[in-house]
Each structure stands twice: as structure tokens, then as C-alpha cells.
Design a protein around this ligand. Structure first.
Ligand code: DAH
Length: 360
């Protein structure tokens, strides 16, 4: 065999390798050339039958041919694999830059929007969110909150009672979010700084009352928390929530069994030419009840009132949503009317945040 024949073969084989269009074709060539009965393999086997001096001349050339073809195969395989991956990536491409479609149908309900705003405001003040069950027992909804069985507050709350259980206990649909105060304090060690947004129920229905409505409870208990903290927290909340620099507020003495002293908070407003403006003006609107947590409530939760004290408040979420967004009738909140939701709802991607603004 001549060197020129080997060179010719090398050229031919490299050409075939380059021409292989996919990995399968390439593998076929490899078997044909370097497999057990491949062309180059056969040539190498032939070396044994050669005269020694001829073998000495041809062997290095044949080995070089084999190595050269093997290297070419490998290179080609790498390139084909890369091309295959590129093709797959192109085929499976997902265009993440596609714009979201805020003009679509879906809207966030004003109640959900306000809950998100509450969480944004109070988490910035170091509060966490706590939750409790909608179906409560008498102890958490009333007794532990210092509302004994014959207390008139039980009638005032228009409670929905469930059928008595075999043990005679009657569960209730919670009439307020306050039972979550009790659950939080009984299940965790102080201090506490929580808000509790959630559903509440009372047997009541008119333009400003629905049998199911929403409240947000707040609870702060620490070693030396006082009424100044209560006031500061609620003033700051009103400014942030109503998105105005100053809100006119009034703390009016009131009574709740679970706080002492107790207050109701009104915010200033004006109703000129049918338009309601929040934070200024001559009128007042009640938005929440609050007070210093009653020592008996603390005791009912195993806390020593000499050591721990703090404040709580409860606020109607639907109510402040109506005020902030000028929605006249509460009942429409729960009518599931798409036209209403398109008008009063919020674009899902505009998540409320203090930095970018709560509502836009
Ligand atoms: N639970 C009261 C209600 O539903 C609201 C309330 C008033 C909650 C004072 C409180 C509070 O935590 O301190 O009418």
C-alpha cells in the first residue's frame, strides 16, 4: 500500500464525515470505518501479514489515518450535537418578553385589593398576618373576650348559631375577628404584633350591612405599650391607606367588653356636591373600634397583666373600601356582577406596595 493511497483514503473519509447530516449518519460512518469490520480496522489487521520493513513504513501512516478520522468524527459529533440543541431551543422557545394583558377581563375585587393594601402597610410597621377559623366556639368568640353568657353584647352581635352538637355546644359563625386575638395569645408566647384580615358574619342586611362581611383585627402586646402607640399606629395607618398627608381624626370614648379604656375612631370628611372627600371637612365617619386590651382578656390567655399590656382594634374592611374607592352600596360587593367588577376592580399586576403606591 502506498502513502498516496492512504492520503487519498484519508481525504475521502474526512469528506464523508463532514457530509454526515445528523448523528445517526455519523454513527453509520464510524461503524463502516472504525468498527470491528470497518475499512480502516481491516487495513490495520492487514499489517500483521506484511513484511517487517513494509510494516515499519505503513503502520505509522495507518495509525495516523485512524487517529485523524477518529478526531474528525468527534469534532463533527460535537458540532452536530450543538446544532441539535440549538434547534431544540429554538423550537421550544418561550417568549417571556410577551407583554401581560392588563386590558383582559380579570379584575381584583376591591376587598382583596384593600386586604393587600392593609398587609403592605402593616407589614411595613412590623406586623405579621394571623388567621383563625370562620366557625368558632363560644369561648373564643365571646367568653374569653370578657363577654359572659348573659352579656347584652351577645344579642347586639346578631349571631348566627349552628345546630347544637351532641355535647350541647353550639358553634357560631364568628361575629368578629377578635377571637383570633385569643387564639394568638393562647398559642404563642408574647410579644405580639399581628393583623387579622378575614370574613365575619352577622344576621343583618341593608345598604351598609351584609350577612357576611370583612374585618381586620389588630393586636399589639408588649411590656410597655400604651395608648400613645395605639394612636400613632392608627394615625399612620390612615395616612398611608387614604394616601393623604394629613387625616383629621377623632378618638371618641366608647365601650367594648374586651378593652379598657375603649374608643371609636372617626375620620374627618366632607360631602360637597355629592362627592365624598376623606381626611378633611366638617363631617365625621366612624371607621373602627379600639382600646387597651382588658386585663381579664390577658388573664384568660394566661398572660400576667402586670407584665404584659397593649392595644387592639377592629375595623370593617368593606367599609373602608367603600370610603376610599367611592362605592355606594355594600350589597353590590357580593352580587358577582361582572360589570360592577370591571368598573370597581383592580388590574391584577398592580400589586399594592408602599414604594410604588398602594392604588393607582
Ligand atoms: N370586635 C369589635 C366589633 O366587631 C371591634 C373591635 C373593637 C375590635 C375594639 C377590637 C377592639 O379589637 O379593641 O365590633
Amino acid at each position: 500500500m502506498l502513502q498516496s493511497e492512504i492520503d487519498g483514503l484519508s481525504l475521502e473519509l474526512r469528506g464523508a464525515v463532514e457530509a454526515a447530516g445528523d448523528l445517526e449518519a455519523l454513527e453509520r460512518i464510524r461503524v463502516e470505518v472504525l468498527g470491528r469490520k470497518g475499512r480502516v480496522t481491516e487495513l490495520l489487521k492487514g499489517l500483521g501479514k506484511m513484511a517487517p520493513e513494509q510494516r515499519l513504513r505503513i503502520a505509522p501512516a495507518l495509525n495516523a489515518l485512524k487517529d485523524g478520522v477518529a478526531a474528525a468524527l468527534e469534532q463533527r459529533r460535537d458540532r452536530l450535537k450543538a446544532a441539535e440543541l440549538d434547534a431544540r431551543l429554538a423550537a421550544e422557545r418561550l417568549d417571556l418578553s410577551l407583554p401581560a394583558r392588563p386590558e383582559g377581563e380579570g379584575r381584583v375585587h376591591p376587598v382583596s385589593q384593600v386586604m393587600d393594601e392593609l398587609v403592605a402597610i402593616f407589614s411595613d410597621m412590623g406586623f405579621t398576618v394571623a388567621e383563625g377559623p370562620d366557625i368558632e366556639d363560644d369561648f373564643h368568640n365571646f367568653t374569653a373576650l370578657n363577654i359572659p353568657p348573659e352579656h347584652p353584647a351577645r344579642q347586639m352581635m346578631d349571631t348566627f348559631y349552628l345546630k347544637p352538637r351532641p355535647d350541647g355546644q353550639r358553634m357560631v359563625l364568628r361575629t368578629h375577628t377578635s377571637p383570633v386575638q385569643i387564639r394568638t395569645m393562647r398559642d404563642n408566647p408574647p410579644p405580639y404584633r399581628i393583623i387579622v384580615p378575614g370574613r365575619t358574619y352577622r344576621c343583618d342586611s341593608d345598604q351598609t350591612h351584609t350577612p357576611m362581611f370583612h374585618q381586620v383585627e389588630g393586636l399589639v402586646i408588649d411590656r410597655d405599650t400604651h395608648m400613645g402607640h395605639l394612636k400613632g399606629t392608627l394615625v399612620e395607618f390612615c395616612r398611608a391607606f387614604f394616601e393623604v398627608a394629613e387625616v383629621k381624626m377623632r378618638f371618641r370614648p366608647s365601650h367594648f367588653p374586651f378593652t379598657e379604656p375603649s374608643a371609636e375612631v372617626d375620620i374627618g370628611c366632607s360631602r360637597k356636591s355629592g362627592e365624598l372627600r376623606i381626611g378633611e371637612g366638617e363631617d365625621w365617619l366612624e371607621i373602627l373600634g379600639c382600646g387597651m386590651v382588658h386585663p381579664k382578656v390577658l388573664q384568660n390567655c394566661g398572660l400576667d397583666p402586670e407584665e404584659w399590656q397593649g392595644f387592639a382594634w377592629g375595623m370593617g374592611i368593606d367599609r373602608i373600601a367603600m370610603l376610599k374607592y367611592g362605592i355606594p352600596d355594600l350589597r353590590a360587593f357580593f352580587d358577582c356582577d361582572l360589570r360592577w367588577l370591571r368598573h370597581y376592580g383592580f388590574v391584577p399586576l398592580d400589586q399594592p406596595s408602599l414604594g410604588r403606591g398602594l392604588s393607582r
